[in-house]
Structure formats: structure tokens, C-alpha cells
Write a new protein. Structure first.
Length: 85
């Protein structure tokens, strides 16, 4: 569920609630709220994401996995507050 949006040096990001303790910022172009990327459309390949998007997604998953391994739910909400400032 989208709970907000923010802008940073990488562009506009949507804040998506993963569960009651986790919110992730994802690029707008990862959603269906923007027109399809011409690189994907013109390539006529089954790939839904560009290589750069897959690398960014892998980094996000790694960060979430590390956080889950070391944080309690109380720590996770504090981490979210720090990220959103």
C-alpha cells in the first residue's frame, strides 16, 4: 500500500508499506503509475525491468534482509523515522 511519496537526488519515490513496521521507498517507474519505459517497450524482450532497476532492487532486498536479521520491530520503526527525515 502506498503511504506517501518523497523526492531525493534519485528522483521521485513512493513510500510503500510492506508490513506494519516496514516502509520502503521505490522509484516511481517501478510502479504502473507512469508510462512504460521506451527502453523496455522497444527492446521487445520479456524483461520487465532494466539492469539498473534489478541492481537497485537487489540492494533494497539486501538492506531489508540485513535489517530483519539484526533489528527488533521497535528498532525498525526508529530506522524508518531516521530515513524519512
Amino acid at each position: 500500500m502506498c503511504v506517501g511519496e518523497r523526492c531525493n537526488a534519485s528522483g521521485k519515490r513512493l513510500l510503500l508499506a510492506i508490513d506494519e513496521h516496514t516502509v520502503c521507498a521505490v522509484p516511481l517507474h517501478w510502479t504502473d503509475l507512469v508510462a512504460p519505459d521506451p527502453e523496455v517497450v522497444l527492446g521487445e524482450t520479456p524483461a520487465a525491468l532494466r539492469v539498473g532497476d534489478l541492481i537497485e532492487l537487489a540492494r533494497l532486498v539486501a538492506r531489508l534482509s540485513q535489517r530483519d536479521a539484526r533489528n527488533t520491530p521497535e528498532d525498525a520503526s526508529g530506522e524508518l523515522r531516521r530515513r524519512c527525515k
